[in-house]
Design a protein around this ligand. Structure first.
Ligand code: C2E
Ligand code: CA
Ligand code: CA
Ligand code: CA
Length: 273
């Protein structure tokens, strides 16, 4: 038994070495991904009451030369720890700003990480990009997570306020999953809450999910905030959401995230319907 345990330990150690090595490799690769043009944005439609597309969320992707498509949950943390997040974040903003010109009356939502907004230069960089590309900040929504607000430093508050004054709206992403989402609504200038997918997937399965979504929708209404549900996959979930008063939705039921050209098609259909 002792030998077996020892063998296992070696096995795990090798696995761990391997994971560390892959991670280092990916960090180096990520540095080059920007110059090699391997990063791109996918867009997922956001849909309003009538089923019409009202906006899109930009979701970053990495087409790795040998490893294939890599999801952001995997490489964004690497970007944050290696300091590459600022460049990658600016890439996403630039690309979303450029693409937005094709969809004049769609809101374009962009994910911003905690690390990005903690950087002193963030507001300046965004301002410079807005000027350079001649976009109207009112067309954009910045999606932030509770991680951004943790620590509650005055600089972050000021930066968010400055961005909002410029015209950006602010959405609190993954709402309900954090420790103190409620207090943030009072302290930060939030315009919209995005109900986390975990609540939506349990709709119709667990009674508690319906009660929670209902409470979030009422809270949003009372605070005059918009509310959107993410991760809507089934008609049943959609029916529950409408009954609970949440008419803005996003999820595979309507579309997976797709490349900009496919949004063009949906946009064209909408305008020639
Ligand atoms: P998120 O902001 O919560 O984005 C929603 C995630 O759920 C996306 O995964 C999306 O593809 C997925 N999704 C959408 N609809 C459905 C559905 O109906 N069912 C299921 N099961 N999943 C659905 P994705 O694209 O892999 O992104 C993962 C996370 O990576 C995002 O979570 C966001 O936190 C982060 N991320 C993505 N793009 C960026 C970016 O440009 N910058 C930063 N800082 N983070 C990003
Ligand atoms: Ca998001
Ligand atoms: Ca989310
Ligand atoms: Ca989520």
């Amino acid at each position: 038994a002792k030998d077996a345990g020892k063998g296992q330990f070696c096995f795990f150690e090798t696995e761990m070495d391997n994971a560390v090595r892959v991670r280092r490799e990916l960090e180096d690769d990520l540095r080059e991904a920007l110059t090699r043009n391997e990063l791109f944005l996918a867009y997922q439609p956001q849909v309003g009451r009538s089923g019409a597309m009202t906006g899109v969320e930009a979701l970053i992707r990495w087409q790795h030369p040998t490893r294939g498509l890599i999801a952001p949950n995997f490489f964004i943390p690497i970007a944050e720890q290696s300091g590459l997040i600022m460049q990658i974040g600016l890439f996403a903003l630039r690309r979303a700003f450029e693409d937005s010109k094709r969809w004049k009356d769609l809101k374009v939502a962009i994910n911003v990480s905690a690390t990005q907004i903690r950087l002193k230069t963030f507001v300046e960089e965004v301002t410079a990009l807005v000027k350079e590309l001649g976009v109207n900040p009112h067309q954009f929504e910045l999606e932030i997570t509770e991680g951004i607000l943790l620590g509650d430093d005055i600089d972050t508050q000021n930066r968010l306020a400055a961005l909002r004054t410029m015209g950006f709206s602010l959405a609190l992403d993954d709402f309900g999953t954090g420790y103190s989402s409620l207090s943030y609504l009072q302290r930060y200038p939030i315009d919209k809450i995005k109900i986390d997918r975990s609540f939506i997937s349990n709709l119709g399965v667990e009674d508690e999910a319906g009660a929670l979504v209902s409470a979030i929708v009422k809270l949003a209404r009372a605070m005059k905030l918009s509310v959107i549900a993410e991760g809507v996959e089934t008609d049943d979930q959609l029916t529950h959401l409408s009954a609970l008063g949440c008419s803005d939705v996003q999820g595979y039921l309507f579309s997976k995230p797709v490349i900009a050209n496919e949004i063009d098609d949906l946009y064209r259909d909408r305008h020639h319907a």
